[in-house]
Ligand binder design. Sequence first.
Ligand code: NAD
Ligand code: 0WE
Length: 258
Amino acid sequence: MLDLSQKKALVTGIANNRSIAWGIAQQLHQAGAELGVTYLPDERGKFEKKVRELVSPLNPSLFLPCNVQDDTQIEETFQAVAEKWGKLDILVHSLAFAGKEELSGDFSKTSREGFNQALEISTYSLTRLAQAAKPLMNEGGSIITMTYLGGERVVPNYNVMGVAKAGLEMSVRYLASELGEQNIRVNAISAGPIRTLASSAVGGILDMIRHVEETAPLKRTVTQTEVGNTAAFLCSDLASGITGQILYVDSGYNIMGM
Ligand code: NAD
Ligand code: 0WE
């Protein structure tokens, strides 16, 4: 049975009730995990209040600001985890960012700043968070991240995010190789397109969703709950033999050639 009781899980990337991380947090909670939640702080604290209200039914034991571009915030986050739990079993990395101007038009026009920002936030952050989590995962652990098919095939306009996801998927393999001897498993879920804050800001997302509904074997898109259930499985002892993998939760879209 899928049982995450006794497990302590830190979840990043919840922005609102459409976030994939929100679907994951709900399913981890339902399976019995104790949650810590991080949010991206902003000057006015608007985000903090919204995310705090959203997650309150899940009774998180920790609620912490963590901008992955800030080493101090990362250190303070894991210091708080160490003090509260003395260990960590599950780390959910569900964040990405590229400047809007980089996500349309010619890929060759990608700016140096735009490239560095996208890869710092979307790619390096997984390795940086794994680095901080490693000493807390003495009893083994599970790290999961979110990727997209645009990291291995060309999806129009995904552009620099595709390069970021390719790097993220390779980071999963290098981390899995290193952390395996400590019984820490590292995997990615490659989700099909879902309407979220990040994806809704993308021009043409509705056309892409319609294309998936016509083409994918299941003739529909996937939900945050389906991604959340897969995340709960990967974080559970049921997946004890799985590491370094990219698991597709995309209604089967990736197998199609036409
Ligand atoms: P979302 O906007 O709900 O989540 C993105 C999160 O990234 C937000 O919570 C935001 O606060 C966080 N974030 C951005 N910059 C940050 C920073 N500097 N520090 C800390 N957090 C930061 O959108 P989502 O679609 O749920 O995205 C979550 C993950 O899923 C991303 O990795 C995305 O690439 C991936 N993904 C999304 C889809 C989709 O169609 N929505 C498909 C496949 C994969
Ligand atoms: O990974 C993603 C979304 C990533 C994303 C989205 C935004 C929009 C708002 C990262 N940064 C930003 N920055 C913003 O300012 N997805 C898999 C969803 C997505 O994004 C696309 C897609 C799909 C699918 C962008 C272009 C083409 C397809």
